[in-house]
Design a protein around this ligand. Structure first.
Ligand code: 13P
Length: 249
């Protein structure tokens, strides 16, 4: 059975004082849900040192092990700082930093080589959704960015429609269900049913306490990747609770 996951992506938010929010999540590490927070890289070491039971992740890594890459961080450095996961392929990095599917595949492989697990993000733009090309776009992203060697132990996929991120707009349960079923089928055709059945599929984009239960009831949704509502423990806790209470999909 896939272990459910509630993941928070703090993006470029948070300073030392924000560690209090993480400390407040301590009790939430119990139960059947794996709870993960990806703070900015500046906080990873301190966050991991709090020993809250909340898993700590990073938001990006470089694909090289080391070298002349000013300002970048290798997967090994992030692991050394205490990260267990790294997010790759977030649409904000695809857009703001021009990351291609090939870049994301390379980063994912580098993360695995450093012992990190990966949350790899895919998602369509509003234009692609309206053009009816969503599934085509997602298939291409999976093909180009998910490396060979993926397993339920090293890969989580997050479906984040770009138009739902930070907008308060959320796809219908039917739209989320269609995509998640499609992602699992695509993974199965490439890696086989056993591996595809072990890879967790998260939904991300404007998840909050008020819509979490409905989203978590959708088949093939194994959890969420939460942005804004992960910054405050009081906003994130009810989402984790909703996931704990959700039926196994
Ligand atoms: P919001 O939850 O703020 O919409 O962000 C989603 C996201 O991009 C998580 O990676």
């Amino acid at each position: 059975m896939r272990r459910k996951m509630a993941a928070g992506n703090w993006k470029m938010n948070g300073t030392q004082v924000s560690l209090a929010e993480l400390a407040a999540l301590q009790g939430m590490a119990q139960g059947t849900v794996e709870t993960l927070i990806c703070p900015p890289a500046t906080l990873i070491y301190a966050a991991a040192g709090l020993k809250t039971g909340i898993t700590i992740g990073a938001q990006d890594c470089h694909s090289a092990e080391s070298g002349a890459h000013t300002g970048d961080l290798s997967a090994g450095m992030l692991a050394d700082a205490g990260a267990a996961y790294v997010i790759t392929g977030h649409s904000e990095r695809r857009q703001d930093h021009g990351e291609s599917d090939a870049d994301i595949a390379a980063k994912t492989k580098a993360a695995w080589a450093a012992g990190l697990k990966v949350i790899l993000c895919v998602g369509e733009s509003l234009e692609q959704r309206e053009d009816g090309t969503t599934l085509e776009v997602l298939a291409a992203q999976l093909k180009g960015s998910v490396p060979d060697g993926s397993t339920g132990g090293n890969l989580v996929i997050a479906y984040e429609p770009i138009w739902a991120i930070g907008t308060g707009k959320v796809p219908t349960a039917q739209q989320i269900g269609e995509v998640h079923r499609f992602l699992r089928t695509e993974l199965a055709s490439r890696f086989g049913d056993d591996i595809a059945g072990g890879v967790r599929l998260l939904y991300g984009g404007s998840v909050k306490a008020s819509n979490a239960a409905e989203i978590f009831a959708v088949p093939d949704v194994d959890g969420a990747l939460v942005g804004g509502a992960s910054l405050k423990a009081s906003d994130f806790m009810p989402i984790v609770s909703a996931l704990n209470a959700a039926p196994n999909t």
